[in-house]
Ligand binder design. Sequence first.
Ligand SMILES: [Mn+2]
Length: 322
Amino acid sequence: MTMMKTSIVQAISEKHDFVIMPHRHPDGDAVGSSLALALALAALGKNVKVWSLDPLPYDVAFLETGAFWVDTWDEEEPLDYIIALDSSDPGRLEDRPASLSRPLINIDHHKTNTRYGDLCWVDPEASATGEMIHELIESLGVPLSVPMATALYVAISTDTGSFMYTNTSRRTHLIAGDLLSRGIDLDTINRHLYQNISLNKFRLDAYALGKVAFYDEGALGIVVISEAEMKAYDCTNTDHIVEAVRNIDTVSVAVLIVERRDEVKVSMRSKGAVDVSEIALKHQGGGHANAAGFSSSHDLETTEKLLIKEFGQVGIRSDRHQ
Ligand SMILES: [Mn+2]
């Protein structure tokens, strides 16, 4: 593990031209890690771009990305390494196929990572790729600027559910403490991340939470949202709905099934011992023990029935104390 980090530090030190790639539909960790690493490489005098086709999610859009953040990249441009961040498999990069045939560094914390790429550093103990980038920037000898520290804090805060998921470790808090000591504006960051939803989003949340269906004596909570329902609320943002279902006392596993552009996406959250990444892997998805997802090849209703059956076989039950 450390060996791989050492060879990545060496490759970055020796080479000059880098393109950083967060996964498609990037989340706070993918965006924050990419931004922090790009700023650190720029501070080292490297030629660096972050190549992402998607707009920044609304909650992290306050981060200042600068001219190096691009949605097109010319294959003829000089390149030593693509650096894929927070991407468990090459499918997470396939919206930018030019990347897949080039020398590639894979840095990620998903335990389901397929270990692709020429240099690969996977640390499933890290709560966020942002934790690994904090370590990498330190190893590269770059002092953490406020923008770098802000980006890393966003990465770690979002991937740990504000330091509440079980992936949160002593190291996570030590890193967060280090980031705070760099003078980041915690109040502004938290306001953007967690107190920033539109009224349409609020109303879609209220509607969705009103239609959760429960199974296995309340241990499994499932909410299904169709494209038409999102259209009715003029909102496609389904963030934090599945976490709200997980917060119910009887629930061990929460599932959100959403229809997006002819695709059915499944997000799962668990608390306690149920490993939802095992169900995700069965469906060619990925993630972590308590947070995982996949794209379903079935329609909304069939997907729901399938998951009720699969979690029934796993035998989840409520962990609620009497
Ligand atoms: Mn992540």
